[in-house]
Design a protein around this ligand. Structure first.
Ligand code: ACM
Length: 528
């Protein structure tokens, strides 16, 4: 009871903040076009949700509204007055696309119209942000909103290889992504320090690879370890449940299975996957210094196909991410079998071998109607001081690959788009959520433009969008994660959705008050 009362009080506080801001109609992400109209729509317990063909969205709205106001609105087939109407109109596709929507609020009610249920869902998110509290009633002032996203790819990445967070944390993130109209959850499920997804054919991946004895603490050069075991993984049943949860929120989950590097946990489970064959332990030290798959061994390639088969059975996403970043080539150089394989296939450098292998995986995925995505190392440029200057690849990466730029210099992006690749821009210096607030202050996060300055306009459409990345090395728990994620996630959401001409940091900061209240209400820790 006490808890319920405090929830009501904090809801009222939230709504008081909301009411004060109401006139500004400033949302996050800011819509394409907002026109204030006359009159006020007064909501009550008898306001009807008219769901039409959007049954799932009607139910979502009912629950979200109940969470927020403690009113349970009835879902009805029709209503003349006092309604929130959800409606589909395929014709809107030509102007607003699959994710755009129209939202009209008059004293009689609110109407959301969109070409698809994704658009309806985003209209609901905007509607929620407009609710105020005035004279003891929930109200929305008259408004017409016409809105669609600038980019179709608006992602948040969670690295669970380094520290496992678990299903409840993931669902909480998905809720906040949905509220911010982000549509892609990039799930980094395997890394040197942990394998986090059940693969039925290879049970040791999680039994051995999902556990480490001790973890480096502090920072990259630290010699201190916590001496505590860390473990965790998702069963396939849990993965299915999380995908369903995301799907209901119009979020696609892109699984990332790292290859050929960042694979020490898998090699700890099955030593024959590496070139050395000798047993290793799942490392607790972070950084790039570990064993890589022996891609010259057909058994290893079969293993990767088997893993991807189970991943594709679980994840309906068209795109599958294979990582491909930060591969150290020393082990390939030292292995006679790998060297013979390179010679037989006329591969001049280990970077060429990586591209050749990556293309074979791409072909495997394409054969199952999937599209491969990888970090920008897969194009073969030398990006790291630990790679030899001769270790660049000139083999052509398979067409159709989506390249995710974390090393985002214009020259690299230009190289990709001029060769026809689609790009997701996750430039590390602007979008890495493990960086602290000195490195990436909120305003810097907010001012990131996924289309880099100087990119020829004829290539702008090749930039699919942007991602922000929550790497987990120094983020052991949910609280440390949330402090880095919030509020910068809201800035990244706006970077992906809002037209540059509609962006305004001061107005965004003010609109954040509503989200601070929302996050406080949900027990989410955020950085001030
Ligand atoms: C990366 O940060 N290694 C993609």
């Amino acid at each position: 009871m006490l808890r319920f009362q405090s929830m009501v009080i904090s809801s009222c506080l939230l709504l008081a903040v909301t009411a004060k801001r109401l006139h500004a109609q400033r949302l996050i992400p800011q819509p394409t076009q907002v026109t204030t109209t006359t009159g006020v729509f007064k909501l009550s317990g008898t306001t009807a949700i008219v769901g039409g063909k959007s049954a799932g969205e009607a139910k979502y709205l009912q629950e979200a509204f109940n969470d927020r106001t403690h009113l349970k609105l009835p879902i009805q087939p029709a209503a003349q007055n006092n309604y929130i109407r959800l409606s589909l109109d395929e014709k809107l596709d030509s102007t607003l696309g699959k994710e755009g929507y129209l939202l009209k609020v008059t004293p009689a009610g609110a109407t959301i119209t969109a070409a698809t249920n994704a658009g309806v869902f985003y209209g609901i998110q905007s509607l929620q942000q407009l609710i105020g509290f005035k004279d003891e009633a929930f109200v929305i002032t008259g408004v017409e909103i016409k809105d669609k996203p600038r980019f179709g790819w608006r992602s948040f990445m969670l690295d669970e290889g380094r520290h496992f967070k678990g299903a409840a944390a993931v669902k909480k993130l998905l809720d906040e992504m949905a509220a911010l109209k982000m549509n892609t959850f990039h799930w980094h499920l395997t890394d040197d320090q942990g394998w986090r997804i059940e693969i039925k054919k290879y049970p040791l991946l999680t039994k051995v690879g999902g556990h480490r004895d001790s973890t480096q603490t502090g920072s990259w050069n630290s010699t201190t370890y916590d001496g505590k075991p860390h473990e965790g993984f998702y069963t396939q049943e849990q993965v299915r449940d999380i995908i369903a949860y995301a799907t209901a929120r119009h979020i696609t989950i892109i699984p990332e299975i790292e290859m050929p590097g960042h694979s020490a946990a898998a090699i700890a489970a099955y030593p024959w996957l590496g070139t050395k064959q000798t047993p290793i332990r799942v490392p607790g030290k972070f950084g790039v210094h570990y064993d890589v798959y022996n891609v010259a061994d057909p058994k290893v390639v079969t293993f990767l196909h088997d893993v991807l088969d189970e991943v594709m059975q679980l994840f309906p996403s068209k795109v599958v991410h294979i990582g491909g970043d930060e591969v150290k080539y020393d082990q390939w150089k030292a292995d006679a079998g790998v060297q013979a394989y390179m010679k037989a296939h006329q591969l001049a450098t280990p970077a060429d071998l990586q591209i050749y292998f990556t293309n074979s995986i791409s072909a495997y995925l394409a054969g199952k109607q999937r599209r491969m995505m990888g970090w920008n190392e897969i194009m073969g440029a030398k990006l790291h001081e630990y790679n030899d200057s001769k270790d660049v690849g000139t083999t052509q990466l398979a067409p159709g690959t989506v390249v995710q730029f974390w090393k985002g210099e214009l020259k690299l992006i230009n190289d990709a788009v001029s060769k026809g690749y689609d790009v997701v821009n996750s430039y590390h210096a602007a979008t890495y959520l493990d960086y602290n607030y000195e490195q990436i202050p909120l305003e810097k996060a907010y001012s990131f433009d996924p289309i880099p300055a100087g990119l020829d306009a004829k290539y702008h459409a090749k930039i699919l969008g942007t991602g922000c990345q929550m790497w987990g090395e120094w983020i052991p728990d949910e609280v440390s994660m949330e402090e880095r994620v919030y509020p910068r996630i809201a800035a990244y959401a706006e970077d992906g959705w809002t037209l540059p001409a509609n962006k305004d940091f001061k107005a965004f900061e003010k609109a954040l008050q509503r989200f601070y209240a929302r996050w406080s209400n949900k027990g989410i820790v955020y950085h001030r």
